[in-house]
Design a protein around this ligand. Structure first.
Ligand code: NAD
Length: 372
């Protein structure tokens, strides 16, 4: 019987766990043994006893490394060297962002599967779409974080002490996180506006009840995933946004380009003329001078929060969704815990990063060729 191991996360501030007790029960039904590192679920409020009651065994980190054929993580562990040849590591390994761990895993003979490479449009892949599940959690939290940092009410309130003006919230980037940020800010009573470079996102923004920001520069890409805007288009977009951004009390940025650089959308010039008390939350890496996991207040009172990993701060919801994604992947690709290396499976081909001592993912192989 294959053992599926669950490691405690080692990345700083990470509070998620790759498998919840509910996930254990699902894997046990598939005749898999589950071994959880003691304390792995504690930061997400899942204790060892809950795992044991769901049918898992609880052991030391060493035992998990020694006895597991398949290891589940959210992010790459900082003791990758402990993985022995032949093991399968599954997680959000971000090999396109940082290829070094993949090269190390290949050299160790570990098979690495990265959920962030999933072909998301494939209907079979949708239950496994961890990028979507985690972006949804992050978008929700970004609106709460903004409401907490903002000194006023989000809704219009009519009281004996007077009527309050509703907060004006702008969300830049209307993918999964951005749409959830819009919907959550609206539920809190704010007046919401969204913007995205993709034409198709206009209908998505409108479906949350938000207004669509019209930019003078106007450039929209065709449907599908966003591409990096070429130099002049990016400059025009930034200039138009620099004019629009200061009209808002709260700006949440979530814009990313898959496999590319995040665009700069909120410039120093825009920050300098925003009203004191305004709040900017940067999920996508789109704000000048924002630092990850840091709250800074500019000289004239604009709060800028760098928040690239907000899903980790809602650990119960994020871990529950992530565990379902991972269980779906394990059930799909290795029903008995054994990876069938069917070369024709487009899903497996997309997520397989290393195997048989080599980096096998085509985009990473190209990167290796370029850098050698
Ligand atoms: P993402 O996190 O990569 O990017 C967030 C948003 O930023 C995107 O909507 C993107 O268009 C936008 N963006 C990029 N550059 C920008 C710029 N310069 N200015 C403004 N906005 C910019 O995206 P995501 O949230 O992971 O996914 C978004 C896309 O993926 C959409 O096309 C969505 O429909 C699609 N998607 C499809 C599925 C599926 O088919 N099951 C699942 C999830 C997402």
């Amino acid at each position: 019987m294959t053992t599926v191991g669950v490691l405690r996360e080692t990345a700083g501030r990470e509070r998620r766990v790759a498998l919840t007790p509910d996930g254990v029960a699902l894997l046990r039904r598939g005749n898999l043994r589950v071994l959880v590192e003691a304390g792995a679920g504690r930061p997400a409020w899942f204790d060892d006893q809950a795992y044991a009651e769901a049918g898992a065994e609880v052991g030391s980190r060493q035992q998990v490394y020694d006895e597991s054929g398949v290891l589940l993580v959210v992010r790459p562990p900082d003791d990758l060297a402990a993985l022995a040849a032949g093991r399968i590591l599954i997680g959000l390994l971000d090999p396109l962002g940082d290829p070094a761990p993949a090269e190390m895993l290949a050299a160790q003979g570990v098979t690495a599967i990265s959920l962030d490479l999933l072909p998301r449009t494939l209907s079979r892949a949708q239950p496994m779409d961890a990028l979507t599940s985690q972006a949804n959690v992050a978008g929700y939290k970004s609106a709460l974080l903004a409401a907490e940092a903002y000194g006023g009410f989000f809704p219009m309130l009519v009281t004996a002490a007077g009527t309050t003006r509703p907060a004006q919230v702008l969300v830049l980037g209307a993918g999964v996180a951005g749409l959830q940020a819009l919907a959550t800010a609206r539920r809190l009573g704010a007046l919401v506006t969204g913007y995205d470079v993709r034409e198709a996102a206009r209908a998505d923004i409108a479906s949350t009840g938000a207004a669509v920001l019209e930019l003078a520069s106007g450039q929209q890409t065709a449907d599908g995933y966003a591409r990096e805007l070429a130099g002049e288009a990016a400059t025009r977009q930034l200039a138009a946004l620099t004019e629009a951004v200061p009209r808002f009390d709260v700006v949440i940025t979530t814009a990313k380009v898959p496999g590319g650089r995040s665009p700069l959308l909120v410039s120093q010039e825009a920050l300098a003329v925003m009203r004191p008390g305004s709040v900017v939350i940067d999920l996508g890496g789109n704000v000048a001078g924002a630092t990850a996991d840091t709250r800074t207040i500019t000289d004239h009172g604009v709060t800028v929060i760098g928040a690239p990993n907000l899903a980790s701060t809602v650990p119960v919801a994020a871990s529950t969704a992530y565990a379902r994604n991972v269980v779906a992947l394990v059930q799909n690709l290795m029903p008995e815990g054994i990876l069938s290396l069917d070369g024709t499976d487009e899903l497996l081909a997309a997520v397989l990063v290393t195997h048989g001592g080599e980096v096998v993912h085509p985009r990473l192989r190209d990167y290796q060729k370029e850098t050698r």
